[in-house]
Write a protein that binds this ligand. Structure first.
Ligand code: ZN
Length: 203
């Protein structure tokens, strides 16, 4: 969701590093398609890609074994973590005193919770909504991240599709995301811009 959370993740990392702390930045399915956190305002940082089945405890311990300090973790797109990986993060926080900051969205395009996000809601010590408000085209708060396929709000399909992998060599797919209020998500109404006939649209 275009709400500045990746920018906030990078800010947290910057603030921690400035205090002399050492951390790892982890990401799953970043929109750049490369292992880095990229924010929509153009800031980016190298990150470690987390794959399905990776044990995050083992990842941190391997850094320790190499003599690196890991005082904190910043995890972007954390909704894509498995429930087991979220539980591994809780163990790192409790038993190894690693501070863990997770950033992500709660619900998928069908307005259902991602399994990883659900486990984070259950286990996190603190939950903070990102303060950068995103509005639906109608002006109401944007609550839902709709998947638009062929100009229509998708109601079913795979939960995990990274639509906006926008690398130079990526084909522009006819899939995108748009933040909508609940009313317009239910109605599938993408607003007046989407209703204009094609011949009147400046492309
Ligand atoms: Zn609306």
């Amino acid at each position: 969701m275009d709400c500045g959370k990746s920018t906030l993740a990078l800010q947290i990392d910057h603030n921690q590093a400035r205090q002399g702390r050492h951390g790892l930045v982890l990401v799953r399915h970043d929109r750049s398609g490369r292992p880095q956190i990229s924010s929509r305002i153009g800031i980016s940082r190298q990150a470690t890609e987390v794959a399905d089945g990776d044990d995050l405890r083992r990842l941190v311990r391997s850094r320790w074994a190499d003599g690196q300090r890991v005082d904190y973790l910043v995890v972007d797109e954390a909704q894509f973590l498995s429930t087991e990986q979220v539980e591994q993060l809780a163990e790192l926080a409790d038993d190894a005193h690693v501070d863990v900051y997770c950033f992500g969205i709660a619900t998928d395009f069908r307005s259902r919770m991602f399994p990883g996000a659900r486990r984070l809601f259950e286990l996190a010590d603190e939950l903070n909504p990102v303060q950068v408000e995103v509005l639906c085209w109608c002006g109401r708060p944007g609550l839902l991240n709709a998947r638009i396929e062929g100009g229509v709000v998708a109601r079913e399909g795979a939960q995990f599709v990274v639509a906006d992998i926008g690398g130079a060599d990526a084909e522009p797919a006819d899939v995108r995301y748009q933040v909508l209020c609940r009313r317009h998500h239910r109605a599938g109404d993408l607003g007046p811009a989407a209703r204009q006939p094609d011949q009147l649209r400046l492309v």
